[in-house]
Write a protein that binds this ligand. Structure first.
Ligand SMILES: Nc1ncnc2c1ncn2[C@@H]1O[C@H](COP(=O)(O)OP(=O)(O)OP(=O)(O)O)[C@@H](O)[C@H]1O
Length: 237
């Protein structure tokens, strides 16, 4: 259970997220909204990459700001830009590093890393330089490395942005199927609609919150109508 109590985020004079009181208990939660609406800021709150200016975020009762290390062991975060995350020279080494963090014994790491890479279609790239991978392959690798840590909660910020249609569909299916609680900020509306719950953020406020299919349909209609600004016709917050 993720809880946000009286959370507000400001950047200087500007309020990026207005007061939020939310309990996130569903297994798969999507966050949708226009560019610059506050989605990244919202998901970054969940593992302390962004700290609230007021209020508190907790994950399974653990205060994020007070227990950052503990929360980050529970909450895996996949960045839009995989280069923000990949630190080792080769894919196999990157996944092995995650397995080390997860406490997997050294003698088991290589075989397990190769198995995980194969599960995500990267078996032919295990020992190449990460720099030679395509951006989509790097994004898949970043996701594989985070999943290797066995997080209880998986938070993703635009995990399909760099992917072609086939890989985008593959990653969407992978995210929806894995056992961790998923919170995903995305413009991939098929992925968002397949979640249990969706939050629509507009200008730093949650303007709709409810069953994902209905919220995403309302957001899509609103975005296509090009009316701009808040004002959903769908479920209220
Ligand atoms: N540290 C900061 N300082 C100043 N402005 C910020 C800061 N963080 C976020 N913002 C502003 O807050 C707004 C929301 O940003 P955010 O990255 O959360 O949007 P987003 O919905 O994820 O957008 P996109 O879909 O384009 O990724 C933007 O206008 C952004 O410029």
């Amino acid at each position: 259970m993720i809880r946000l109590e009286g959370v507000r985020v400001a950047a200087g004079e500007r309020t990026v997220l207005h007061e939020l009181d939310l309990e996130l208990a569903e297994r798969r939660i999507a966050v949708v909204g226009a560019n610059g609406s506050g989605k990244s800021t919202f998901v970054r709150l969940l593992n302390g990459l962004v700290l609230p200016s007021a209020g508190a975020v907790s994950v399974d009762g653990v205060h994020v700001e007070r227990h950052l290390d503990r929360v980050r062991r529970q909450v895996g975060f996949v960045f839009t830009d995989p280069d923000a995350q990949l630190v080792m020279p080769t894919p196999a080494e990157d996944v092995e590093l995650s397995l080390r963090r997860a406490g997997v014994p050294a003698r088991q790491r290589r075989a397990r890393a190769l198995q995980l890479l194969a599960e995500h279609g990267l078996q032919d790239h295990a020992d190449v330089s990460v720099r030679t991978l395509s951006s989509g392959q790097r994004q898949l690798l970043a996701l594989t490395a985070v999943l290797a840590t066995g997080p209880a909660v998986l938070v993703c910020d635009e995990p399909t942005t760099l992917l072609d249609l086939r890989h985008g569909a593959r990653v969407a299916a992978l995210l929806l199927a894995q056992p961790a609680q998923l919170v995903v900020a995305t413009h991939h509306l098929e992925l968002a609609a397949a979640a249990e719950r969706a939050l629509w953020i507009d200008a730093g406020r949650v303007v709709a919150d409810g069953p994902a299919a209905a919220v995403v349909a309302a957001y899509r209609a609103h975005a296509l109508a090009g009316t701009g600004g808040a004002g959903p016709g769908g479920p209220g917050p």
